[in-house]
Ligand binder design. Sequence first.
Ligand SMILES: [Zn+2]
Length: 299
Amino acid sequence: MTHPSTAARVVFLGGLGRSGTTLLERLLGELPGVAPLGEVVHLWARGVLDAEPCGCGEPFPDCPFWREVGERAFGGWTGALATRLLDLRRRVDRTRRVLRIRHPDLAAYVLAYRRVYDAAAATAGARVVIDSSKHASLAHCLAAGGVPVHVVHVVRDPRAVAHSWRRTVARPEDGRPMTRWGPARTALHWSAQNLALDLLARRGAQVTRLRYEDLVTDPRTTLTVLAHRLGLPAELPFVTGSTACLGTAHTASGNPMRFTVGPVGLALDESWRSGPHRGLVAALTWPLRSRYGYRGVTA
Ligand SMILES: [Zn+2]
């Protein structure tokens, strides 16, 4: 195992899907010394077993970056390793377990992530790696397993999140539609994930909360404040007004936005305000929604 003094610093992006974690990862990944890894929790199934593409466009097994990471961390990726990690994940990494996470397999599960992070930092020549796995349960596992993770808890108005989950979006990896949820289901997941992420501070993890709306309406200020909190250089030449220019990133899995290269417009999507079910979502997510500053019932 890598000695702690040479261990990579890990920034974990948490939040319910469609809350802007992929966008935030891409933006932070443009800072010097930072390596964005995508959703590492899905690396085992989608990358190693299913050979889905890396953010660079190459199938995961053919990406030179991930090939080197695998060599450094495990002597190479194998199906047996991925299957073992998926089995560990089923036993250890569950949302319903976050309050009592002690498990005999926790150390082995967390060690695999530690090895991926350290190998990725060494391969990229980076001091900091970003894991945008999102799930509170993995963040709890890492914190309980002794990884000094800094969690950025990304929140977004649940009415906008629910509107996004109703949309039909094709996965660029295979053209199949992404999972869709109804408004009540999204509201329940939104509350569960955000509550579980709120509990991380009690476990001793450093947690910084960030509102998606602040990121897209004032990216320069929001990123500058966040970079200082994370101890990263706030060098933002890639942000001009409401446009960010993104390079290629070796992200193992995640939202379709991980493939975007070039200029990206940052703007609030307000289409949810005229969509159905916003009153239902507002009711089901109160009072947590109000604590994050999302007020009003239908507007
Ligand atoms: Zn790649």
